[in-house]
Design a protein around this ligand. Structure first.
Ligand code: NAP
Ligand code: MG
Length: 429
């Protein structure tokens, strides 16, 4: 039995791992968290989740920012920067999926322009790293049968080919890249002999950003008690990837002691070796990857682990410890149009519920509130119990679940089933 800070009781049923009962009035929060609302079906589910699963149990304190596309348009996107600044002040945020407008969206919503991705704006403001992990469930067997624990992919979402420049050339010749520093430093490097028409690409990264990426990765692994891998190809990319490897080694010196105390490890692997190791492993580690590899591997891990983007969570962590949790999926536009027509939809709210649980857990940890941490764990456990034990699930999970499936529910019915399990654990205030 766990006794919360206010002496309230939380019983943990160790046998099945689910919380079974706690008696309490509404859980108080010492500090608010930043609540970032979004668009379409994700926004609809946001309201349902809050009403049924959070507000009845927690005396919720949030600073609310509406990043719905209309509000971003009205404020010339100022609201996104305000939200990012609020995260710097309050340290913890939970975010709903938001539309990144393209030409079609500009027309659909009558926008002034194609506003930038809010996620990119927030990530840039915090210089954070994205950690994506699957919600592993007993009845959803990973495509890789050895995998038993989640693999968390940390993607360095800065630079490399995403901010590179390219050029084609029409015949044989030579190429030189020149650097001119603001302090007068001059350096150049020549390409190998170019024997005919072809194409060239130049990419870059910044030392500070690589350090932040490494720091966030070590922090995350330490916080979650997971081993950390970093993989690149320094044997071939003797300057570029070697720089990343060296930065990770330097940052590790700061963490080595704490890693040993926590009985976790840091390892560098060549990326091809890491791929083979990952497939043979039982999971349960953080895999830090450069931008391009992280882009690919996060999608591969989600498809191979849970077969659905709907069961992936996404956490943003900065080296200063700023934290934002969200579902990895988008606004689920197609389901939203069905919902607007009055049809019942079976959109999966699991990742969104997990995002709330993770943000509340983080708030609880920072404020030393055992009650809030217990509630957050209980909330995750209630989702798991609904799917794994009650065998009630939304359509996307039903398509990848092992039998038996007791019922395929629409979104609201699923949230109600989770609330029922939560009621067995926590009393409403
Ligand atoms: P999406 O919203 O993730 O949906 C793509 C498809 O994945 C859905 O049509 C659905 O497949 C399935 N899916 C995703 N989430 C699901 C859930 N919770 N439950 C059940 N199925 C789910 O991606 P998108 O349609 O490419 O993007 C829509 C909008 O979201 C875009 O405007 C984009 O800019 C934005 N977006 C935002 C974020 C973010 O804020 N983090 C991330 C990605 C995209 P079926 O239709 O086959 O059921
Ligand atoms: Mg990708």
């Amino acid at each position: 039995m766990d006794v919360g800070s206010s002496g309230r009781r939380v019983y943990l049923n160790l046998k099945c791992g689910y919380f079974s009962r706690a008696s309490m009035k509404k859980i108080e929060m010492q500090n608010p968290l930043v609540e970032i609302d979004g668009d379409e079906m994700a926004r609809v589910m946001w309201r349902w989740v809050k009403e049924k699963l959070i507000l009845p149990y927690v005396d919720l304190r949030t600073e609310y920012y509406d990043l719905g596309i209309k509000r971003r348009d009205e404020t010339n996107d100022r609201v996104t920067l305000e939200a990012a600044n609020a995260i710097k002040r309050l340290k913890v945020a939970v975010k709903c999926a938001t539309i990144t407008p393209n030409v079609d969206r500009v027309r659909e919503y009558g926008l002034a322009k194609e506003w930038p991705s809010p996620n990119a704006t927030i990530r840039k403001a915090l210089d954070g790293t994205i950690f994506r992990s699957p919600i592993s469930l007993a009845n959803v067997v990973p495509a890789v049968r050895f995998w038993k624990k989640p693999i968390v992919v940390a993607r360095h979402a800065f630079g490399d080919i995403y901010d590179g420049v390219g050029m084609t050339f029409n015949g044989a010749g030579s190429g030189v890249f020149k650097f001119r520093g603001v302090n007068g430093e001059e350096k150049s490097v020549s390409l190998p002999n170019l024997g005919g028409a072809g194409v060239v690409e130049i990419k870059y990264n910044l030392e500070r950003s690589i350090e932040n990426f490494a720091e966030s990765s070590f922090e995350y692994a330490l916080n979650e008690g997971l081993n950390l891998w970093f993989s690149a190809k320094d044997t071939i990319s003797k300057v570029y990837d070697a720089k990343f490897k060296q930065v990770f080694e330097q940052v590790y010196e700061k963490y080595e002691q704490r890693f040993k105390q926590r009985e976790i490890s840091y390892n560098y692997y060549l990326i091809d070796d890491a791929m083979a190791r990952a497939v043979r492993s039982e999971g349960g580690f953080v895999w830090a990857c450069k931008n391009y590899e992280g882009d690919m591997l996060s999608d591969m891990v989600s498809a191979a682990y849970v077969g659905s983007i709907a069961l992936m969570t996404s956490e943003l962590l900065s080296p200063e410890g700023y934290y934002e949790a969200e579902a990895a999926h988008g606004t689920v536009q197609k389901h939203y149009y069905q919902y607007l027509k009055g049809n019942k939809v079976s959109t999966d709210p699991a990742a969104l519920i997990f995002a709330w649980a993770r943000a509340l857990r983080k708030r609880g940890q920072l404020d030393s509130s055992a009650d809030l941490v217990s509630f957050a764990r209980g909330l995750e456990a209630s989702v798991r119990k609904t799917i794994e034990v009650d065998r009630l699930m939304t359509k996307d999970v039903a398509t990848v679940s092992e039998p038996p499936i007791n019922a395929v529910l629409d979104t609201q019915a699923f949230i109600t089933a989770v609330a029922k399990n939560l009621d067995h654990t926590f009393e409403k205030g």
